[in-house]
Design a protein around this ligand. Structure first.
Ligand code: HEC
Length: 264
């Protein structure tokens, strides 16, 4: 019995300590919280569109098929074909990049990783911060750098949308608290904080900072969906299961009362 309780305590503490270390991301850098709503199909659809248009040229998502994504996100087939697929692809194809891995290695020094499971490895808050933390840096080979991933080999794929920002320095998060990014306008010279870094806008993009943040939350949600497609259904199934158990419990109570009526 004693052995069993020691085993139980060890098991529980391993799970608790392990999960809290995992929740911290293991990278130690400040990341911004991301608001995702997995039942918001419009948001997931927008994320899918951004992914196909801006990321699939370099990264693949080889564990996802176009038709499964369309079905899960309620994207009609014609829309899938027109907006999300290259003409040579079939609906049941895997989401592969068109860039040969050897060429990518030559150009960037590293092959862009497959993004199917990136939201499990990196966590959504990390991805959300990473996508907003690119800045211009003449000293880097691509002309870009990233405050969350120093000397990253990935260029800023979304500068058209975000615009071009310059790194000002580290933010003093303790004395000021994070600056509200949503309050930032798209005026040149406007400062905002992403993660633990202050940036200054040099050229506005097609989207305002608030719109860009929303778009990145959509893209992060899509990456998170890809990492675990079942989560869209899992939550609904959970609600049904609990409802079923409650009804079953009520029936059992009634049944018990019925059985014991003659005894008392
Ligand atoms: C021009 C090619 C290119 C495009 C376009 C591109 N990436 Fe990348 N990406 C890379 C390369 C190369 C790396 C590897 C960086 C490194 O290890 O230094 C990378 C790394 C990443 C990582 C970090 C992976 C990890 O865990 O280390 C994420 C996340 C990512 N990309 C997401 C995206 C998203 C989302 C898009 C679309 C908005 C995108 N990328 C578009 C080339 C690209």
């Amino acid at each position: 019995m004693k052995k069993l309780s020691v085993l139980l305590v060890t098991l529980i503490s391993t799970v608790v300590i392990g999960s809290s270390a995992f929740a911290a991301g293991g990278h130690g850098a400040a990341v911004d919280e991301v608001h995702m709503n997995m039942s918001d199909k419009a948001s997931l659809q927008n994320g899918a569109k951004l992914f196909v248009n801006y990321c699939l040229s370099c990264h693949s998502a080889e564990y996802s098929r176009y038709n499964r994504v369309a079905e899960d996100l309620d994207i009609p087939l014609w829309q899938l074909k027109e907006n999300l697929m290259f003409t040579t692809e079939k609906e049941g194809d895997l989401m592969k990049t068109t860039m040969p891995a050897e060429d990518a290695k030559k150009w960037f020094g590293v092959t862009p990783p497959d993004l199917s499971l990136v939201a499990r490895v990196r966590k959504p808050a990390w991805i959300y911060t990473y996508l907003r933390a690119f800045y211009q840096d003449e000293s880097s080979p691509s002309g870009w750098n990233n405050s969350l991933f120093e000397n990253v080999a990935m260029p800023h794929a979304l500068y058209e949308l975000q615009g071009v920002q310059r790194k000002v320095g580290k933010a003093d998060l303790e004395s000021h608290g994070p600056i509200d990014a949503h309050a930032a306008s798209d005026a040149v010279g406007e400062q905002r904080v992403v993660g633990d870094t202050v940036f200054e806008l040099q050229h506005p993009g097609k989207l305002s900072p608030a719109e860009f943040d929303k778009a990145m939350a959509d893209l992060t949600s899509f990456l998170s969906y890809m990492a675990e497609p079942a989560q869209l259904k899992r939550k609904t199934i959970g609600v049904y299961t609990i409802a079923f158990l409650i009804i079953l419990m009520l029936l059992c109570i009634v049944l018990k009362a019925e059985y014991w009526r003659d005894v008392h």
